[in-house]
Design a protein around this ligand. Structure first.
Ligand code: HDE
Length: 698
């Protein structure tokens, strides 16, 4: 039922920042070469006789093929697969007490943004739903320069020092000799590396939780991870951790769904983001900070420069700064999503770094990577990367220079051109005068040494279903590891996180009692209280806003029921998709025609958040013999989704071995009450009580 808006072809298109750039479309539709020479024949190359050899002279063929041969640029070494959208950010109030960043100074000021959300390990053509961290990168086109907040959907990281990043990434990517597995951490080299790096244990808990298989890109949280500084006009600095919270709540897939979606729709997340923006359901996030001073930092029992630690919200609560809305899809994937260049060093006055050794290494890496990926020091001139504020300096020339700077003076100071740009001690970026100093050393501070306490706190903050999924994820991944010593080493770490976790994973692998004995550098704390905001299930809002409900219909189905279902879902902000055995129009009981969105085998129930069986009586007979229809129901049940059915469809439930039971979210649509109960069940997102019937926790 998705509507696609007709797009008008225009000679020019707005790009990031709002300036107008020429596109390849023009009023005269004559096809031309890159030099503008009109082309008379785009079907045949130039030959000596119709059956003769192609001539070298064919400059049109050679230009076209040469350009084609060079269409690809190196994909990002990490975060290669991503999807992006344009939008805006607006602060809730004037935050000048905290920061002089001008985009945070005025609630009436809208700042354009471009946001790219990505997986980390897979290549650009990999699927959307592997178990992986999601990158969450936002470019704010502020009036004082571009600010890039380049974060992830998990608030901590695997390593503490940038020097380990190439090792981490080599270990998780495809194995060096065999070139597989793609986009998966479930293999020996990854678990070998992390099991030798105890600092990664906290992040592993998050990566093995349902956070790493998000329901959609609209349903993820984002985190800046490192401690940053905000600095106000008086030069006062406040430490901050950045947080993004989606307005529709965070939600995850179930592992079996993620695996099946990878086949059913490898572009599941990209399509979802595109379609929701295209139909006007704009994703929205609140940007908050945990703001704290040096005294609070000194009182914490971990180091705020250690990116493997988070500050619980009970200790420093969130201050909501403003909101981001994504309301426009890219017009060209390559020009925008592929060429956008994020860099934590793209920063504006009022925001500053800390000496977190992970962040410090990133400040080198991102600039360097743009040079190799985009091929030129002029990558900032690519439209999507251009600042919207004036940009003037004396940097000149280089590959693919687009700007044409005028004037004689290309150096500073100069007396030849008094109007040329000059430094500005008042408006200019000034680094916070951090008094850090010390002897040159390659040491890791003692304050970074506790690797297990927060991992344990995370485990204790999870609800039982979430704990069960963590156990299953460790079990799945470690069962793919062929080297026994890696498994036993990892079990040793899990025992230190929490004996119950280690024991459950060991039992699930039939390896009870085989864990290595690992001595931690610092004894894990046993007194950290659970932190409820760490659990997605505990704080899930009761809503189906932004969700998709799939309904199977067959010719002659009940039009009245469909109409009330559609109206109820619309009221709740959910999307209804019609699924039918065949893609052509389906007639209802009154003769009305409906265009199905998908066929049953092209639209398995993994693609929907809640499922409805609305076949006609005749249709039930046909569906009884369709494996895809029976699996549709079976999977919906196994994935703990609310299921509504019409009385006639009870036989289908029976064949799928699904017990009709309203208390377990399998609800008969018998008028208003049935519909209301179904919506209420769908708002729970999952019927967790059902899990013990289909997948008893390990
Ligand atoms: Fe990145 N990371 N990273 N990273 N990262 C890149 O830059 C790097 C880290 C993150 O949508 C690369 O343009 C190092 C943490 C995102 O285009 C590269 C280290 C966090 C994206 C790079 C880290 C991130 C990247 C590859 C350890 C969360 C995608 C392509 C010191 C706070 C941005 C590129 C996009 C991309 C290096 C660790 C987030 C190679 C050296 C921690 C969201 O420069």
């Amino acid at each position: 039922m998705a509507k696609t808006k007709a797009k008008s072809a225009a000679a020019t298109k707005k790009v990031a920042g709002g300036e107008t750039h020429q596109t390849t479309t023009s009023a005269d539709q004559t096809l031309t070469t890159n030099q503008g020479t009109p082309i008379s024949d785009n079907q045949n190359s130039l030959k000596s006789g119709a059956r003769g050899p192609t001539l070298m002279e064919d400059f049109i063929l050679r230009e076209k093929i040469t350009h084609f041969d060079h269409e690809r640029i190196p994909e990002r070494i990490v975060h290669a697969r991503g999807s992006a959208a344009h939008g805006y950010f607006e602060p809730f109030k004037n935050w000048s007490s905290l920061t002089k960043a001008s985009f945070l100074s005025n609630p009436k000021k809208r700042t354009k943004v471009f946001t790219r959300i990505s997986t980390v390990a897979g290549g650009a053509g990999s699927v959307d739903t592997p178990r992986d961290v999601r990158g969450f990168a936002v470019k704010f086109y502020t009036d004082e320069g571009n600010f890039d907040l380049v974060g992830n959907n998990i608030p901590v990281f695997f390593i503490q020092d940038a020097i380990k990043f190439p090792d981490l990434i080599h270990s998780v990517k495809m194995e060096a000799d065999r070139g597989f597995p793609q986009a998966a951490s479930a293999h020996d080299t990854f678990w070998d590396f992390v099991s030798l790096m105890p600092e990664s244990v906290h992040m592993l808990m998050w990566a093995m939780s349902d956070r790493a298989i998000p329901r959609s890109l609209r349903h993820i949280e984002g985190f800046g991870i490192h401690t940053f500084r905000l600095v106000n006009a008086e030069g006062a600095s406040t430490f901050v951790k950045f947080h993004w919270r989606p307005s529709i709540g965070a939600a995850s897939l179930i592992w079996d769904e993620a695996v099946k979606i990878a086949g059913a729709d490898p572009d599941y997340h990209r399509r979802d983001l595109w379609e929701s923006i295209d139909t006007g359901a704009f994703p929205e996030w609140t940007l908050s900070v945990q703001a704290f001073d040096q005294k609070t930092a000194d009182e914490l029992d971990f180091d705020i420069l250690d990116s493997t630690k988070l500050i619980p919200e009970e200790v420093v609560p969130l201050t909501p700064l403003g909101r981001m809305v994504l309301d426009r899809n890219p017009v060209n994937f390559f020009a925008e999503t592929e060429q956008v260049a994020f860099h934590p060093g793209h920063i504006v006055p009022g925001i500053d770094f800390t000496p977190d050794p992970l962040l410090q290494g990133r400040l080198h890496s991102y600039l360097d990577t743009q040079l190799s990926r985009l091929g030129s020091a002029n990558f900032h001139e690519i439209p999507i990367n251009q600042p919207v504020c004036p940009m003037r300096n004396f940097q000149r020339d280089g590959h693919m220079r687009m700007l044409v700077p005028e004037g004689r003076a290309n150096y500073e100071p100069n007396s030849i051109d008094p109007a040329s740009p000059r430094e500005n001690p008042v408006r200019g970026f000034a680094s916070f005068p951090d008094p850090e100093s010390g002897p040159k050393t390659r040491a890791r501070p003692e304050s970074f040494a506790d690797h297990y306490s927060q991992a344990r706190q995370f485990w204790r903050s999870m609800t039982p279903p979430e704990q069960g999924h963590i156990v299953s994820a460790f079990t799945f991944e470690l069962s793919k590891v062929t080297t026994l010593a890696i498994r036993t080493r990892m079990l040793g770490h899990l025992d230190l996180v929490e004996p119950e976790l280690g024991e459950r994973v060991a039992a699930a692998m039939n390896m009870a009692g085989m864990a290595d004995d690992i001595t931690p550098a610092v004894e894990p704390r046993d007194d950290l209280p659970p932190s409820p905001p760490l659990s997605l299930v505990a704080k899930a809002p009761a809503t189906i806003k932004g969700r998709t409900v799939g309904a199977i219909v067959t010719p002659g189905f009940d039009s009245r029921l469909l109409a009330s279902l559609a109206a109820a879902l619309k009221r709740e902000g959910a999307v209804l998709k019609l699924i039918a055995p065949k893609i052509g129009p389906v007639k209802d009981d009154k003769g009305g025609k409906h265009e199905p969105d998908m066929t049953i085998d092209g639209g398995p129930s993994v693609l929907f958040d809640a499922c409805v069986l609305l076949p006609s009586e005749d249709g039930v007979g046909d569906l009884m013999n369709m494996a895809a229809a029976i699996n549709w129901i079976r999977d919906a049940y196994g994935h703990l989704k609310a299921i509504a059915y019409v009385e006639g469809a009870a036989a289908l439930l029976d064949k799928a071995a699904v017990e009709p039971d309203a208390a377990m979210g399998v609800i008969e649509l018998d008028g208003k009450k049935g519909l209301g109960d179904f919506i209420d069940a769908a708002k729970k997102h999952r019927i967790w009580d059902r899990e013990k019937l289909v997948r008893p926790p390990a």
